[in-house]
Design a protein. Structure first.
Length: 292
């Protein structure tokens, strides 16, 4: 950083801006506004990619550092199909000021993620949100009967790779990218995958994830309906992975997953009807436990 500041102090500078975008599926893309490609930090930053960004508004407090990036859609960089599929939603973004004559002299000016993305006329515009955006997210636990953990996360502890909790198979028929049907799909109870996930493992929609709304078993046939259509085409023969669903109830945690010791809810919490309860002449009225 000191070397870059010394270079900027000369008045005759050779600087450019570089951006690195890391999608949630692991794909890394580099862009620069220089007229030649640059390489540093293990990433190739391509010139002529059409990506540019506004100046970053930075503060010393906890306000969110936001900016915008805009560019042209192209198959070699950011394609319309990938944007529509949501592959850039929440992607990590890093921006540097770089001495292109000596790329080791650089200063990171922004680090955050992609927010809302809009596209029109062969171009796109994306909101870039700083790291302090995470401070806007609710934190802490809520006292509620339902479990607050996500199925399979560290707090839950269920291993969704175990047999009985996951099934991968080729698609047979699909309607509107939302309703999947199999003529012979036994081995799992009716509604077993409801509230679970459908993950596409091959084809044009590979890597996309959706939540299961309904899972119905009729004879040997099974129909799985998603809450919303996948944002990329899924065709017969593409492989999808279905993961068991959880409705967050204590009974489900105990009977379906044998995981009640990790249940993160409060199943014995009195309901709202106790707010309007009146004293009774019979029974114990000593203010003791209601669960005894």
């Amino acid at each position: 950083m000191t070397a870059l500041l010394d270079h900027l102090g000369t008045g005759a500078t050779t600087v450019a801006r570089c951006w690195r975008v890391t999608r949630k599926d692991g794909v890394v893309l580099g862009f620069t506004d220089h007229d030649r490609d640059l390489v540093f930090d293990g990433t190739l930053f391509r010139a002529g990619s059409g990506l540019s960004a506004r100046a970053v508004s930075q503060t010393t407090g906890l306000a969110v550092d936001n900016t915008e990036a805009a560019g042209a859609l192209s198959d070699a960089a950011i394609s319309e199909a990938d944007l529509r599929a949501g592959r850039f939603d929440g992607a990590a973004v890093e921006a540097w000021l770089v001495n292109w004559a000596e790329p080791s002299q650089r200063l990171m000016q922004f680090r955050g993620s992609m927010g809302e993305v809009a596209q029109a006329g062969g171009a796109f515009q994306a909101e870039l949100r700083g790291l302090t955006e995470m401070l806007n997210q609710p934190q802490g636990r809520v006292y509620q009967r339902a479990c607050s953990a996500l199925l399979g996360d560290a707090r839950c502890g269920v291993d969704l790779t175990l047999p009985g909790y996951v099934e991968a198979r080729p698609v047979e028929t699909v309607d509107d990218g939302r309703i999947f049907r199999w003529a012979d799909f036994l081995g799992f109870d009716d509604r077993w995958f409801e509230r679970g996930r459908l993950v596409v493992e091959s084809g044009a929609a590979a890597g996309l994830v959706a939540v299961v709304k309904n899972d119905r078993l009729s004879g040997r046939a099974r129909e799985v309906e998603l809450w919303e259509a996948l944002r990329a085409p899924v065709r017969p023969g593409d492989v999808v992975r279905l993961e068991a669903g959880c409705d967050k109830r204590a009974e489900t945690c105990r009977l379906k997953f044998a995981n009640f010791l990790n249940f993160r809810g409060f199943p014995h919490l009195p309901g709202e009807d106790w707010l309007a309860a009146v004293p009774k002449a019979e029974g114990a009225n000593d203010g003791g436990s209601l669960g005894r």
